[in-house]
Design a protein around this ligand. Structure first.
Ligand SMILES: *Cc1c(COP(=O)(O)O)cnc(C)c1O
Length: 343
């Protein structure tokens, strides 16, 4: 039977978490003399709710999960770091992840002194479940996977993800940062079937709020409780909270922008196909495309000279010769194509 107590680091299992003033009194009162705040109202003089229940109840309704299944942090990056800190004993435990993928998993593992083992994706950037499991051992606490994957852009097959969840005894962290752009559905509905599943999403991409730094982790109530116990007490500030609340009240605009961005992606791909020096365009389920060109460095520098910045991924394993291009506004994409045609 899956029991997260057996996976947690001992110091985390035994932790007595910090209890803030706002943890100890949660009701409404007219006079607050419990937290050493400045009493003069500026709209910002009070500490925020440490568990962000108002934001979580809106997200919960939107995504059909319980608020207690949601962790909110300073970007998804906070959740990545906390998961590693909760489950991986430095110098002893390890992580398995696919390659190529998002760079922060490895950076967080390195910062925490946790071994990080990479497993190459297949020919179509598909998940090789057997290879991932072969790379895991008794000390593997976490497997990180990313779908749609950055920088390749493809979604992983749902059957492969579910097979990994079935066969791995530790925690599978599925990063769905780009899920709002994807044809493929989120696996949030599987949370109740798989106690070892943690899903990451973010306000940074489709939601258009990279600047407020707000990331989400979804998991069992038990796992989320652990993340809440080890986070900084007030990790999401009042300004971020208020911007998120306002955005969650008007999701229509976001939906329109997502449609527009996907439409623009199809247009951009169609134009890229006409360029002789473009040797491959990988299928994308995200808001960027991975494009292989004849001389990536030269194309990158040419665009740079024209003040267009794309991401050079040409040195990344399996992405040799590739640039990663984010989908911009219609005007920006037109400008890009115009410049690429003149290259
Ligand atoms: C952009 C991105 C994130 C977002 O990180 P935040 O800290 O929430 O901004 C997470 N995962 C992947 C794969 C990304 O590409």
């Amino acid at each position: 039977m899956f029991d997260i107590q057996n996976l947690l680091r001992k110091n985390i299992r035994d932790l007595h978490p910090y209890s803030s003033a706002r943890d100890e009194f949660q009701g409404a009162a007219s006079v607050y003399l419990d937290a050493n705040e400045n009493p003069y109202d500026t709209g910002l003089n009070r500490y925020p709710d440490p568990l962000q229940m108002e934001v979580k109840s809106k997200i919960g309704r939107l995504k059909n999960v319980f608020p207690e299944q949601i962790f909110l942090g300073n970007g998804s990056d906070e959740a990545i770091d906390l998961l590693i800190r909760a489950f991986c004993e430095p110098g002893l435990d390890n992580i398995v992840a696919m390659k190529p993928t998002y760079g922060m998993y490895k950076v967080c593992a390195d910062v925490n002194g946790v071994e990080y083992n990479e497993v190459l994706l297949g020919r179509d950037f598909n998940l090789l479940v057997d290879d991932m499991l072969d790379a895991a051992n008794a000390w593997t606490k976490l497997i990180f996977i990313c779908s749609p994957n950055n920088p390749t852009g493809n979604s992983l097959a749902e059957v492969d993800i579910l097979q990994l969840l079935d066969r791995f005894e530790g925690i599978v962290v599925l990063d769905e940062a780009y899920i709002d752009f994807a044809e493929q559905k989120t696996l949030l509905s599987k949370l109740n079937d798989y106690p070892n599943l943690v899903i990451l999403q973010t306000f940074s991409k489709a939601w258009g709020m990279a600047g407020i730094r707000l990331g989400m982790a979804f998991g069992s109530i038990e796992i989320i409780k652990v993340l809440n116990n080890i986070k900084y007490p007030y990790n999401v500030n009042v300004l971020t909270r208020d911007k998120a609340l306002a955005k969650l009240d008007s999701p229509k605009k976001v939906e329109e922008q997502i449609k527009e961005i996907i439409e623009e992606r199809f247009k951009l791909v169609a134009e890229l196909e006409k360029l002789a020096y473009v040797t491959k365009i990988y299928p994308s389920d995200a808001n960027f495309v991975l494009v292989q060109v004849k001389d990536a460095k030269a194309v990158y520098n040419y665009l740079l000279k024209h003040e267009i910045i794309v991401r050079d991924r040409s040195k990344v394993a399996l992405c040799e010769g590739c640039l990663r291009i984010t989908i911009g506004t219609e005007e920006e994409n037109k400008n890009l194509i115009e410049k690429l045609k003149k290259y």
